[in-house]
Ligand binder design. Sequence first.
Ligand code: MN
Length: 232
Amino acid sequence: MANVVPMSDPALAEVRGGRDRFPVRRVYCVGRNYAAHAREMGFDPDRDPPFFFCKPADAVVSVPEGSVASIPYPPKTANYHHEVELVVAIGREGANIPVASAAEHVWGYAVGLDMTRRDLQFAMRDKGRPWELGKAFDASAPMGPLVAASEVPDIAKAGIWLDVDGQRRQESSIAHLIWSIPETIAYLSEYFRLMPGDLIFTGTPEGVGPVEPGAMLHAHVDGVPELRIQIV
Ligand code: MN
């Protein structure tokens, strides 16, 4: 049996050290998972709980440690935003996972950017339409190399920050997540059977904002390799 069109390349995320890789199956993203970011988006975090959306696996751009990836300014937007996020990589299958055992399903962690066409996202949001145009475009999920969970024991209180052109734009702690990492996995697994290869972008802290061509973005989560991209 022959393929009638060329088979697309599988999405792969690099693992720290550069020798191994993590095949990406799905990309889940949490919206409004830090209270201060929910407020800057005009929502009350006590009344509007976090929620999920997805990006396609091939939106991932895996950036090797020590290199700067060129990310194209996307079409059809005049308000292209950065959102620095902790990325959780799922290593073990599960549905209806209890919070208490959620950590057993984690393979590892990375820092990522949920790049967003904010103008399109808001236009879709305000009409009650799906967010794909604002969130699921090509190269919208750059991420640094993954690190095995056992090598990042303090992830639950890790610092997270983003510099744009050397200026700090976002800074918070994973401890400020509304849904913790185990709670996010437990909740998501009630709706989808999580599988090895799934990534979860866990939400962005406050300070999101626009970037223009030429901008250098430097994203950081304590304990995992840094992520550097330039918008071109
Ligand atoms: Mn986000």
